[in-house]
Design a protein. Structure first.
Length: 138
């Protein structure tokens, strides 16, 4: 196993940890109360989208942890999948800084450091998978 495959495995493990940590978000951000103020269809759509995002992150994590060789075999599929995952995380960084209105975000050191940790992971994921993409096409 080469260095790039170890990097992919680490990214996979971190994505699975991210998914596990995501299970705390509804309680930390009081989703039950916040979502009680919207129409049932909006609430259902929100939970559906949250579930899809969580399952996508889990799928990326499992793929990376269990099959790093498949992501580095220089095939067209490896290149496309690694590019998709890299762009997915790069887009998440852009959304964090240019779309989210964080003025109502909870205050306190745990939330501050939580955000720092999350953004650091998103940057790590984006760089790692884009590096994998580059190595697949070069």
């Amino acid at each position: 196993m080469n260095t790039l495959q170890y990097l992919i495995k680490l990214a996979g493990l971190l994505q699975i940890i991210l998914v596990a940590g995501s299970l705390l978000i509804p309680k930390l951000l009081n989703w039950k109360k916040e979502l009680s103020q919207v129409a049932p269809l909006i609430r259902q759509m929100f939970w559906t989208y949250a579930g899809y995002i969580m399952m996508t992150n889990l799928s990326f994590g499992l793929l990376s942890l269990l099959a790093p060789e498949a992501l580095t075999d220089q095939s067209l599929l490896a290149a496309v999948v690694s590019l998709f995952i890299g762009l997915y995380w790069a887009a998440r960084i852009m959304i964090q800084f240019f779309y989210f209105d964080r003025t109502s975000a909870p205050k306190g050191w745990i939330y501050f450091w939580g955000e720092v940790g999350l953004v650091a992971m998103f940057v790590f994921f984006a760089i790692s998978y884009l590096w994998v993409f580059y190595s697949n096409i070069s």
